[in-house]
Design a binder for this molecule. Sequence first.
Ligand SMILES: O=C(O)CCC(=O)C(=O)O
Length: 240
Amino acid sequence: MSNSIIEEFEREGFATYHDILNPTEIEYFRNIYEDFLSGTISTVGHRSDLSGSEGKKELIVQIMRPSMLHPPLLHSILHQKINKLAKELLGPDMELDFDMLIDKPPFTNKETPFHQDEAYWIDMEDKRAVSCWVALDDVTKENGCMWYVPKSHKEELRAHILTGNGGAMKCEAREDEAKAVELKAGSCTFHHGRTIHYARGNSTGNRRRAFILNFRSKEMIEYERSQGFNHLGDRKEKQK
Ligand SMILES: O=C(O)CCC(=O)C(=O)O
Protein backbone atom coordinates (compact mmCIF):
# COMPACT_ATOMS: atom_id res chain seq x y z
CA MET A 1 0.00 0.00 0.00
CA SER A 2 1.43 3.42 -0.90
CA ASN A 3 2.36 5.94 1.78
CA SER A 4 -0.17 8.38 0.34
CA ILE A 5 -3.05 5.94 0.97
CA ILE A 6 -1.83 5.32 4.53
CA GLU A 7 -1.55 9.08 5.12
CA GLU A 8 -5.00 9.69 3.67
CA PHE A 9 -6.52 7.02 5.92
CA GLU A 10 -4.82 8.54 8.99
CA ARG A 11 -5.80 12.10 8.06
CA GLU A 12 -9.34 11.64 6.68
CA GLY A 13 -10.47 8.41 8.35
CA PHE A 14 -11.00 6.67 5.01
CA ALA A 15 -9.07 5.96 1.81
CA THR A 16 -9.70 4.34 -1.56
CA TYR A 17 -7.72 1.42 -2.96
CA HIS A 18 -8.33 0.63 -6.62
CA ASP A 19 -8.51 -2.78 -8.29
CA ILE A 20 -7.92 -5.04 -5.33
CA LEU A 21 -9.66 -7.74 -7.41
CA ASN A 22 -9.19 -8.47 -11.11
CA PRO A 23 -12.20 -9.38 -13.34
CA THR A 24 -11.73 -13.16 -12.84
CA GLU A 25 -11.58 -12.70 -9.07
CA ILE A 26 -14.66 -10.43 -9.10
CA GLU A 27 -16.54 -13.19 -10.91
CA TYR A 28 -15.38 -15.78 -8.38
CA PHE A 29 -16.66 -13.70 -5.43
CA ARG A 30 -19.90 -12.79 -7.21
CA ASN A 31 -20.63 -16.50 -7.68
CA ILE A 32 -20.07 -17.24 -3.99
CA TYR A 33 -22.20 -14.19 -3.11
CA GLU A 34 -25.06 -15.56 -5.19
CA ASP A 35 -24.74 -18.92 -3.39
CA PHE A 36 -25.28 -17.10 -0.09
CA LEU A 37 -28.20 -15.06 -1.40
CA SER A 38 -29.94 -18.09 -2.93
CA GLY A 39 -29.38 -20.24 0.15
CA THR A 40 -27.16 -22.72 -1.72
CA ILE A 41 -24.82 -21.94 1.16
CA SER A 42 -27.08 -21.89 4.22
CA THR A 43 -27.23 -18.55 6.06
CA VAL A 44 -29.39 -19.66 8.99
CA GLY A 45 -28.59 -17.53 12.03
CA HIS A 46 -26.46 -15.14 9.99
CA ARG A 47 -28.95 -13.31 7.77
CA SER A 48 -31.21 -10.35 8.52
CA ASP A 49 -32.68 -7.25 6.95
CA LEU A 50 -30.61 -4.27 8.06
CA SER A 51 -33.53 -1.98 7.22
CA GLY A 52 -35.55 -3.58 10.03
CA SER A 53 -38.36 -4.23 7.55
CA GLU A 54 -40.49 -7.28 8.16
CA GLY A 55 -41.89 -7.25 4.64
CA LYS A 56 -41.56 -10.26 2.38
CA LYS A 57 -38.94 -8.60 0.21
CA GLU A 58 -35.64 -7.83 1.93
CA LEU A 59 -34.56 -4.22 1.45
CA ILE A 60 -30.99 -4.47 2.76
CA VAL A 61 -29.72 -8.03 2.97
CA GLN A 62 -27.03 -8.43 5.61
CA ILE A 63 -25.21 -11.75 6.01
CA MET A 64 -22.81 -11.80 8.93
CA ARG A 65 -19.57 -13.76 8.97
CA PRO A 66 -19.85 -15.53 5.62
CA SER A 67 -16.39 -17.03 6.15
CA MET A 68 -17.79 -18.98 9.12
CA LEU A 69 -20.39 -20.47 6.79
CA HIS A 70 -17.93 -21.08 3.96
CA PRO A 71 -14.43 -21.40 5.52
CA PRO A 72 -12.48 -21.46 2.21
CA LEU A 73 -13.18 -17.70 2.15
CA LEU A 74 -10.76 -17.27 5.06
CA HIS A 75 -7.90 -18.23 2.75
CA SER A 76 -9.28 -16.48 -0.33
CA ILE A 77 -7.28 -13.91 -2.25
CA LEU A 78 -9.57 -11.18 -0.89
CA HIS A 79 -9.06 -12.08 2.75
CA GLN A 80 -5.33 -12.56 2.28
CA LYS A 81 -4.78 -9.25 0.46
CA ILE A 82 -6.91 -7.19 2.83
CA ASN A 83 -5.35 -8.78 5.90
CA LYS A 84 -1.93 -7.64 4.65
CA LEU A 85 -3.20 -4.10 3.94
CA ALA A 86 -4.93 -3.84 7.33
CA LYS A 87 -1.61 -4.68 8.99
CA GLU A 88 0.08 -1.93 6.97
CA LEU A 89 -2.60 0.54 8.05
CA LEU A 90 -2.94 -0.21 11.76
CA GLY A 91 -0.15 -2.57 12.78
CA PRO A 92 1.09 -6.17 12.56
CA ASP A 93 -1.34 -7.38 15.25
CA MET A 94 -4.39 -6.79 13.03
CA GLU A 95 -6.52 -9.92 12.45
CA LEU A 96 -9.89 -10.56 10.85
CA ASP A 97 -12.59 -9.93 13.44
CA PHE A 98 -15.60 -10.50 11.16
CA ASP A 99 -16.71 -10.23 7.57
CA MET A 100 -20.16 -9.51 6.16
CA LEU A 101 -22.12 -9.15 2.95
CA ILE A 102 -24.49 -6.23 2.41
CA ASP A 103 -26.64 -6.44 -0.68
CA LYS A 104 -29.01 -3.68 -1.76
CA PRO A 105 -31.27 -5.26 -4.38
CA PRO A 106 -32.42 -3.14 -7.36
CA PHE A 107 -35.13 -0.54 -6.68
CA THR A 108 -35.23 -1.18 -2.92
CA ASN A 109 -34.13 2.40 -2.29
CA LYS A 110 -33.42 2.04 1.41
CA GLU A 111 -30.59 4.04 2.91
CA THR A 112 -28.06 2.78 5.43
CA PRO A 113 -28.30 5.49 8.14
CA PHE A 114 -25.27 7.53 9.18
CA HIS A 115 -23.37 5.73 11.92
CA GLN A 116 -19.97 4.92 13.39
CA ASP A 117 -19.23 1.20 13.42
CA GLU A 118 -17.89 1.51 16.95
CA ALA A 119 -21.47 2.16 18.14
CA TYR A 120 -22.30 -1.47 17.29
CA TRP A 121 -19.46 -2.91 19.36
CA ILE A 122 -18.69 -3.44 23.02
CA ASP A 123 -16.33 -0.90 24.52
CA MET A 124 -12.71 -1.84 23.88
CA GLU A 125 -9.55 -0.32 25.25
CA ASP A 126 -7.73 -0.41 21.92
CA LYS A 127 -9.84 1.51 19.39
CA ARG A 128 -7.81 0.55 16.34
CA ALA A 129 -10.25 -1.00 13.86
CA VAL A 130 -10.50 -0.87 10.10
CA SER A 131 -13.21 -1.99 7.71
CA CYS A 132 -12.60 -2.66 4.07
CA TRP A 133 -15.70 -2.20 1.89
CA VAL A 134 -15.23 -4.03 -1.39
CA ALA A 135 -17.51 -3.25 -4.33
CA LEU A 136 -18.46 -6.32 -6.36
CA ASP A 137 -20.49 -4.05 -8.69
CA ASP A 138 -19.83 -0.55 -9.95
CA VAL A 139 -21.21 1.76 -7.27
CA THR A 140 -22.54 5.28 -7.71
CA LYS A 141 -24.56 7.61 -5.49
CA GLU A 142 -27.71 6.23 -7.13
CA ASN A 143 -27.17 2.56 -6.31
CA GLY A 144 -25.70 3.12 -2.86
CA CYS A 145 -22.00 3.93 -2.81
CA MET A 146 -20.51 4.77 0.57
CA TRP A 147 -20.31 8.36 1.93
CA TYR A 148 -17.79 9.25 4.65
CA VAL A 149 -17.53 12.30 6.91
CA PRO A 150 -13.86 13.39 6.62
CA LYS A 151 -11.87 13.49 9.87
CA SER A 152 -14.81 12.19 11.92
CA HIS A 153 -12.58 9.36 13.21
CA LYS A 154 -10.92 12.04 15.35
CA GLU A 155 -14.25 12.98 16.98
CA GLU A 156 -15.91 11.41 19.99
CA LEU A 157 -18.48 8.70 19.39
CA ARG A 158 -21.76 10.46 18.55
CA ALA A 159 -25.03 9.46 20.22
CA HIS A 160 -26.72 6.63 18.31
CA ILE A 161 -30.28 5.35 18.30
CA LEU A 162 -31.53 1.97 17.09
CA THR A 163 -33.80 2.45 14.08
CA GLY A 164 -36.05 -0.26 15.43
CA ASN A 165 -36.97 -3.86 14.84
CA GLY A 166 -33.39 -5.08 14.77
CA GLY A 167 -32.52 -2.46 12.15
CA ALA A 168 -29.44 -0.30 11.84
CA MET A 169 -27.94 2.17 14.33
CA LYS A 170 -28.19 5.84 13.44
CA CYS A 171 -26.47 9.08 14.46
CA GLU A 172 -26.98 12.67 13.40
CA ALA A 173 -24.98 13.62 10.28
CA ARG A 174 -25.70 15.09 6.86
CA GLU A 175 -24.78 14.38 3.26
CA ASP A 176 -23.36 17.87 2.86
CA GLU A 177 -20.66 17.12 5.46
CA ALA A 178 -19.83 13.78 3.81
CA LYS A 179 -17.94 12.71 0.70
CA ALA A 180 -19.39 10.13 -1.71
CA VAL A 181 -16.94 7.52 -2.96
CA GLU A 182 -18.04 6.01 -6.26
CA LEU A 183 -16.09 2.87 -7.17
CA LYS A 184 -15.61 0.44 -10.00
CA ALA A 185 -16.28 -3.23 -9.22
CA GLY A 186 -13.16 -4.75 -7.68
CA SER A 187 -12.11 -1.54 -5.90
CA CYS A 188 -12.55 -0.80 -2.21
CA THR A 189 -12.42 1.76 0.58
CA PHE A 190 -10.86 1.41 4.01
CA HIS A 191 -12.52 3.25 6.90
CA HIS A 192 -11.72 3.56 10.58
CA GLY A 193 -14.13 2.13 13.18
CA ARG A 194 -15.05 5.63 14.28
CA THR A 195 -15.50 7.23 10.85
CA ILE A 196 -19.09 8.38 10.27
CA HIS A 197 -20.54 6.87 7.12
CA TYR A 198 -23.76 6.16 5.27
CA ALA A 199 -25.10 4.98 1.91
CA ARG A 200 -28.16 5.98 -0.07
CA GLY A 201 -30.56 3.27 -1.13
CA ASN A 202 -30.35 1.54 -4.46
CA SER A 203 -32.83 3.41 -6.63
CA THR A 204 -31.54 1.82 -9.87
CA GLY A 205 -32.03 -1.47 -11.68
CA ASN A 206 -28.36 -2.34 -11.11
CA ARG A 207 -26.91 -4.65 -8.51
CA ARG A 208 -25.07 -3.33 -5.42
CA ARG A 209 -23.19 -6.14 -3.73
CA ALA A 210 -20.62 -5.23 -1.08
CA PHE A 211 -18.22 -7.62 0.67
CA ILE A 212 -16.92 -6.10 3.91
CA LEU A 213 -14.03 -7.24 6.10
CA ASN A 214 -13.25 -5.83 9.54
CA PHE A 215 -9.90 -6.04 11.32
CA ARG A 216 -8.76 -5.22 14.85
CA SER A 217 -6.01 -6.33 17.19
CA LYS A 218 -5.75 -10.02 18.06
CA GLU A 219 -5.91 -9.08 21.73
CA MET A 220 -9.18 -7.14 21.33
CA ILE A 221 -10.73 -9.99 19.31
CA GLU A 222 -9.87 -12.36 22.15
CA TYR A 223 -11.39 -9.87 24.60
CA GLU A 224 -14.62 -9.61 22.55
CA ARG A 225 -14.99 -13.38 22.35
CA SER A 226 -14.34 -13.73 26.11
CA GLN A 227 -17.30 -11.36 26.59
CA GLY A 228 -19.47 -13.50 24.30
CA PHE A 229 -19.42 -10.88 21.53
CA ASN A 230 -19.12 -12.50 18.12
CA HIS A 231 -20.80 -10.08 15.67
CA LEU A 232 -23.71 -12.43 15.06
CA GLY A 233 -26.15 -10.86 17.52
CA ASP A 234 -29.81 -11.72 17.29
CA ARG A 235 -30.62 -12.20 13.66
CA LYS A 236 -34.22 -12.16 12.50
CA GLU A 237 -34.30 -14.95 9.95
CA LYS A 238 -36.19 -14.25 6.75
CA GLN A 239 -35.51 -17.57 5.04
CA LYS A 240 -32.81 -19.90 3.76
O1 LIG B 1 -23.00 -1.24 2.70
C1 LIG B 1 -23.65 -0.44 3.37
O2 LIG B 1 -24.70 0.06 2.97
C2 LIG B 1 -23.17 -0.04 4.73
C3 LIG B 1 -21.87 -0.63 5.09
C4 LIG B 1 -21.35 -0.21 6.41
O3 LIG B 1 -21.97 0.50 7.14
C5 LIG B 1 -20.03 -0.68 6.81
O4 LIG B 1 -19.35 -1.38 6.06
O5 LIG B 1 -19.60 -0.34 7.93
